[in-house]
Design a protein. Structure first.
Length: 112
């Protein structure tokens, strides 16, 4: 389960059209409760400093919201997860043992 930030403030990381991360981070100021199933998105608005004018009014950009956490989750690189027989799994290796564990995957957040 995803838990909102304790202070309720999400940080907005802006991804420009060339997939470059914009140098300034913003704060989420509005999130629409309506999900667009055609695009897989919902509208948000963030306030962000724009000292060099790189962002234009009403410009559409991709935003990564930072601040929420998944308690008790383990972050693994995608290459550590294997697939087989309709399930995802990882190998847990100990000093004298190894074990195959089922992996419950969540959406990629780009940090692995």
């Amino acid at each position: 389960m995803l838990r909102a930030p304790t202070n309720g403030l999400y940080e907005a990381e802006i991804l420009l059209g060339n997939n470059q991360i914009y140098a300034q981070r913003g704060k989420l100021t509005f999130a629409s409760p309506f999900y667009n199933s055609n695009t897989g998105t919902f509208m948000v608005r963030a306030s962000v400093d724009n000292p060099n004018g790189a962002l234009l009014p009403n410009q559409y950009v991709n935003v990564v919201l930072k601040g929420a956490i998944r308690p008790n989750a383990i972050l693994l690189p995608q290459r550590a997860v294997q697939q087989g027989a309709g399930t995802n799994y990882v190998w847990v290796v100990g000093k004298n043992s190894h074990k195959r564990n089922i992996a419950q995957l969540q959406p990629d957040n780009g940090e692995a």
